[in-house]
Design a protein around this ligand. Structure first.
Ligand code: ATP
Ligand code: MG
Length: 292
């Protein structure tokens, strides 16, 4: 696994599956979030990384933060960016952010059914306890977008889908409702923007934190190909198999390859060059389609 680099003036404090976090030596409340090229699937970090992934993810996140910051009379979504410029050594793949008190919940919104949502639906006809119509197929559009939160497990453990009521137990009713409304509203804005670019935003995961004034802020990465499933609308409309319909711009290529070549026991196998190249190309293509 790639090791975090030394940055003068900064102390490395934490590494998640993809990002390395630093705090300033002067002890102020700022944090530096550096996106590496690491790729994770099924909660495992894989080898090797995807070249330039850290930059592609950061560019897309920054673009979305800007879009959501309130242009065109839309409601501004407060976020964690300080607006300062990252050190040269990590330029392009780092964000300077306020250190927030992160909520232990991944605020997932799904407009389409697939992945862990599809798995749960096949077993119980529900996702996170929400009853859905009978007869849905993998990749179908849902009658309306649904909020399907997950408990954010500590590093090394697996995130777990939970009910809305469970989020109330974890963070209180008021905050849980605020979180759900914010997530649904950002999803719907983003899905409309994506549709304008010929893309379907099938699902996405937001992370929120609370600042010292108690304000809820959108944090972490937002609407990237790591945190979201984007599909090509035309392929979805004309495709006949699930993989044709869900031609994705994200790490689905990696997930599919792993699902076929690994029994999810022990260390995952090394990714072949062809899978890495195709994934890198898809990440790049998404950034281009969305932002141009
Ligand atoms: P994954 O995203 O792959 O599920 P992860 O969330 O554990 O894994 P990373 O995204 O690599 O890991 O690490 C980023 C970490 O930084 C996360 O724990 C995230 O919650 C945290 N984080 C992001 N923004 C902020 C912020 N503004 N303040 C405090 N912590 C933050
Ligand atoms: Mg993360």
């Amino acid at each position: 696994m790639s090791t975090p680099i030394d940055l003068p003036g900064w102390n490395h404090v934490y590494s998640g599956k993809v990002r390395d976090l630093y705090r300033p030596e002067d002890g102020s409340g700022t944090m530096l979030v550096v996106a590496s090229d690491r790729v994770s699937a099924f909660d495992h970090v894989l080898e090797p990384g995807i070249p330039s992934k850290g930059e592609l993810l950061t560019s897309l996140s920054m673009w979305w933060f800007d879009q959501l910051a309130g242009a065109d009379g839309d409601i501004a979504v407060p976020n964690h960016l300080t607006g300062d410029t990252a050190p040269d050594e990590v330029a392009g793949r780092a964000m300077l952010v306020r250190q927030l008190d992160m909520l232990p919940i991944e605020a997932v919104v799904r407009g389409y059914i697939t992945g862990s949502g599809w798995a749960e639906y096949q077993e119980n006809g529900t996702i996170c306890g929400i009853a859905l119509p009978d007869g849905l197929s993998n990749g179908d559009r849902l009658p309306e977008p649904i909020y399907t939160p997950a408990y954010k497990a500590p590093l090394g453990e697996h995130d777990e889908n939970i009910s809305f009521d469970k989020t109330v137990e974890l963070i209180g009713a008021e905050r849980a409702i605020e979180l759900r409304e914010a997530a649904l509203s950002i999803y719907s804005r983003a899905a409309t923007a994506a549709a304008g670019k010929g893309l379907i935003l099938a699902d996405t995961k937001f992370e929120f934190g609370v600042d010292e004034d108690g304000t809820l802020r959108l944090a972490d990465e937002v609407l990237t190909s790591d945190s979201s499933r984007y599909w090509d609308r035309e392929a979805w409309e004309t495709g006949t198999t699930p993989s044709e319909r869900m031609a994705s711009f994200d790490k689905q290529i990696v997930r599919d390859w792993l699902a076929e070549n690994w029994d999810k026991q022990g260390t995952p196998p090394e990714l072949p060059t062809e899978i890495i190249d195709r994934t890198a190309a898809r990440y790049r293509e998404l950034l281009h389609k969305m932002t141009s």
